[in-house]
Ligand binder design. Sequence first.
Ligand code: 4AD
Ligand code: MG
Length: 463
Amino acid sequence: MEKRSIIEILRHGQPEQTLPIEGWVRTKRELKGFAFVEVNDGSALANLQVVIPGEFPDYGELLKAIAIGASVAVSGSLQASQGKGQRLELIPTRFEVIGSSDPETYPLQKKRHTFEFLRDIGHLRSRTNTLGAVFRVRNACAWAIHQFFQSRGFLWVHTPIITTNDCEGAGELFRVTNLDLAHLPQTPAGGVDFSQDFFGKPAYLTVSGQLEAEVMALAFSQVYTFGPTFRAENSNTSRHLAEFWMVEPEMAFCDLIGNMDLAEDFLQFVFNHVLEHCSEDLEFFNQRIDNTVLATAENIVNHEFARITYTAAIGLLEKSDRSFNYPVAWGLDLQSEHERYLAEELFKKPVIVTDYPAEIKAFYMRLSDDGKTVAAMDILAPKIGEIIGGSQREERLDLLDQRIAAAQMPLEDLWWYRDLRRYGTVPHAGFGLGFERLVQFMTGMGNIRDVIPFPRTPLTAEF
Ligand code: 4AD
Ligand code: MG
């Protein structure tokens, strides 16, 4: 007998079909003369209902063995269900408990658990309805992202996890070393002698694959990376992780407008794909987590994003009657409360903010003719704030060198990056999408720790 997932059976199964299923018990209800057992295999939100008749061999023993969380293998025939809530149910001819579970200690009971509690049982929480739906949507987003770029001829490139540069210049780096921390080699001046470290110099986990993506874009024209990035920022917020996944396209022969157009098409494509392929899960989020999820998704797919300059955004914030916690003034960075006000309340859709002051943005962004702003773009989403950060890159060596100097970064470490401006330089642009923020945006999940299977945040790296 061919093995099929529960989602396939629920969608395409026919009464009288005989087939096997495998999964974990979600609930068991014993009634007079028969019992209902709901089995879930993670393929869908819905369970397959197995109805065990009282005449089943060793019925009493079997029901004792069937506990919530136990793994089971069942075969039998599908029947049109008489109960409401499901089209089909399975009447078993064989019911085997593969791995038992202890109902006294199994932490997932048939009730609502808080997300905080579920984080403490990160090894089991994926078996809940909500986290199950999150990780199916996450998978669909990842698949859609590859489809989008592949269909447009972008090359998927793999940028390094270990680097010796700080792309964002923010100093939020995790160090990578194999030196014996209890006996660090010293330089004559009394510092740590990194020439004796594994790479012969200080090395870190990457905060962004951008600089290497630029290298590849200047050979392949259009590339993207999709990988883990690491930031040792000590911010305990619902939108920050120490380890998160980033999608970074980089395009040669492209300016800021082309970059914005791509980012907008990209988000619309991904939302459209998930609406089509995860409708049941999105429905669930809309009902149980945030009743604006479906409207938000439709809004993204069907409407253009707003586009304003940073200077205009500051003007709008200054005009608002809202009292913000952080000051608003030209030259200061936008805080998440400002970003959310713009996207959530003023425009009620994603807003692309461009042309930020040079001083608050990274060294690689292209200086504009006004000499004050750079060709940067951030996409701000309702509820999330910044979801995408990107820019046109500085392709002129002299100006790049000035920015590197202003950022007090060591010129010699970036020799290869500067070479790109010496040999066949070209206007180019790209952006980074925070993958978990996208999944948050898509699902309405309030905390970023609940959209990645194993979150890493300050003081937390269990599992
Ligand atoms: O704005 P960021 O810092 O941009 C870059 O790293 C560029 N090098 C990207 C590029 O142009 N190729 O980060 C990009 C995005 C942010 O907009 C945000 O969505 C997400 O990454 N992000 C985080 N997500 C979760 N946890 C964190 N600590 C994040 N920091 C940034
Ligand atoms: Mg940013």
